[in-house]
Design a protein around this ligand. Structure first.
Ligand SMILES: Cc1cc2nc3c(=O)[nH]c(=O)nc-3n(C[C@H](O)[C@H](O)[C@H](O)COP(=O)(O)OP(=O)(O)OC[C@H]3O[C@@H](n4cnc5c(N)ncnc54)[C@H](O)[C@@H]3O)c2cc1C
Length: 482
């Protein structure tokens, strides 16, 4: 059932899930289907976490724009995950993007983002031998999560394409946008994400994020999950090295286990508290690096206007060479345009929208005074308008809504420290997966470690952790029966 935000919940649960991102929601749905009593608490007034959208009315016309925040593209694996852990109806709405384009001073390429086409581009346009390309893909395919290889992305690209900044750009730029990877990150994280994306193209949910999350909410309620929104968990309660519930607005709700879908570092240091963990664990959690954040510019095309088809995802850059450090800088010339045609929401009046995304560092925004913050925001908006105008001449005159989100916006809405868009770096996975060994009944699921990030990674991680929680609850039941 859906509790109103004012109701005091007095039931106790097998599991309380803190946060309704895709990991928390998927875990909650699976556990409820498996017969567990589940309470899902979300601090925001909607479900979905980063999988979110917002609406803006144009006062003069009363027309409304809908913008998707993170519906840019995910791997084909999302179809199977949705079919298995959500519903056939949700899975059937997942469609492949037709065209992904790159426009930068080094090359212009259009691709369907399949492995076959990538091989063709690398050989025909970049002039690499088929043998080398195949060896590169073989290395990616054979990368094993448990190998503990120390190879970095930089070393991987140098091994196969020495001195070829253009090829590094072609291969890495989408992944930098997809999960904040850089050249010093482990090649394994790149390999797994790249292989997932490259196998069969890039996909999105037709109907928009609002429709997907609404369908998921209905499914959660149908399967018996209790949900409360505007319910920010202040504390995860621990007694005798065991969780026994959470504190929400000063009120305790009891449970046998708690899964945090909140930021990993906030979970350890703030919601639980360092004093409940071993000093070694706290030290390791402290050392986990957060991923970077993002800036986005949302541009709505006036009702009745149209724009030509220019591709679904367009990676553009003015920068002569590719640098993952430059990509984070406020003055970067790189941005990705996601173009939403009427087909994105065929059930609504024909509407077009464009979202420009660029990676960003929280540190570059947090110390600005109000005036400089507004100036910097205006710069990002202007860069987006000017960049889009190059792809669609005359588009500026058709735009009747534009606004930007910065790393500060991301932090405010999702409670992710420093507005980290993709959780933590690789080392976060170890902390997240082993938190239950420190405190009985405490689990974490959500964007960590690059691989477990993005829509698919987060949802799949929810499934993995649902198994862990279920095993824990079964062990409790067995020992109680003795
Ligand atoms: C700008 C941007 C673009 C992106 N684009 C893509 C893309 O194209 N494709 C893709 O696959 N991925 C994309 N991602 C990443 C993807 O959206 C995320 O990795 C994924 O949705 C994260 O899911 P999650 O389960 O980890 O939780 P989150 O989405 O982080 O959700 C966590 C939830 O927990 C809630 N919460 C936190 N603390 C508390 C508390 N104390 N009490 C109650 N609730 C709490 C938050 O409000 C939030 O709803 C993008 C991300 C960003 C920021």
């Amino acid at each position: 059932m859906l509790y109103s935000s004012k109701e005091k919940i007095s039931n106790s649960y097998d599991v309380i899930v803190v946060g309704a991102g895709l990991a928390g929601m998927t875990l909650a749905n699976k556990m409820a289907r498996d017969g567990r009593s589940v309470l899902l608490l979300e601090s925001h007034n909607k479900l979905g976490g980063f999988a979110t959208w917002f609406k803006r009315k144009i006062d003069s016309t009363n027309e409304e724009h809908i913008f998707d925040v993170s519906l840019h593209g995910f791997p084909v694996g999302m179809i199977k995950t949705c079919r298995k852990y959500w519903s056939r109806e949700i899975a059937e709405r997942i469609h492949q993007l037709k065209s992904v384009r790159y426009i930068n001073p080094q090359f212009e390429v259009e691709t369907d983002f399949t492995k076959e086409h990538f091989i063709k581009v690398l050989t025909d346009i970049f002039g690499v031998t088929l043998e080398t390309v195949q060896a590169f893909f073989d290395e990616l395919t054979n990368m094993n999560f448990y190998d503990n290889s120390k190879m970095t992305n930089r070393e991987l690209f140098e091994k196969y394409f020495p001195g070829r900044n253009d090829i590094t750009r072609f291969l890495l730029e989408p992944i930098v946008y997809a999960n904040g990877s850089n050249l010093e990150d482990p090649a394994i994280s790149y390999g797994i994400v790249f292989s997932n994306f490259m196998s069969k193209g890039v996909y999105i949910f037709q109907g928009g994020t609002d429709m997907m999350i609404t369908m998921m909410r209905d499914e959660l309620i149908k399967n018996g999950v209790d949900i409360q929104m505007q319910a920010r968990v202040e504390k995860i309660l621990v007694n005798d090295n065991k969780v026994n519930g959470v504190l929400v607005k000063g009120h305790t709700i009891h449970s046998k286990s708690v899964v945090s879908n909140s930021n990993l570092k906030a979970t350890v240091h703030k919601m639980v508290g360092d004093e409940f963990f071993s000093p070694e664990f706290v030290k390791k959690a402290d050392a986990v690096r957060l991923n970077t954040s993002s800036c986005q510019v949302y541009m709505g095309i006036r009702a009745g206007e149209s724009i030509p088809y220019v591709g679904d995802l367009v990676f553009t850059s003015e920068d002569k060479i590719f640098s993952t450090d430059l990509i984070l800088s406020p003055k970067v010339g790189s941005q990705t345009f996601s173009v939403y045609y009427p087909d994105t929401r065929p059930h609504l009046d024909p509407k077009y929208a464009v979202v420009s995304s660029s990676n960003a560092r929280f540190e570059d925004w947090i110390n600005l005074n109000e005036e400089d913050y507004q100036k910097q925001k205006q710069y990002v908006i202007e860069r987006a308008l000017a960049g889009l105008e190059k792809i669609i001449p005359g588009v500026r005159a058709k735009i009747d809504y534009v606004d930007a989100a910065t790393p500060l916006t991301v932090q405010r809405y999702t409670l992710h420290e420093k507005g980290a868009s993709f959780g933590t770096k690789f080392e976060g996975l170890d902390i997240s997966m082993n938190i239950h060994k420190e405190i009985d009944g405490l689990f974490h699921a959500g964007s960590v470690g690059i691989i477990m990030s993005g829509w698919l990674g987060a949802a799949n991680y929810g499934v993995i952790q649902a198994h862990e929680v279920d095993n824990y609850l079964s062990r409790l039941e067995k020992s109680a029966a003795k």
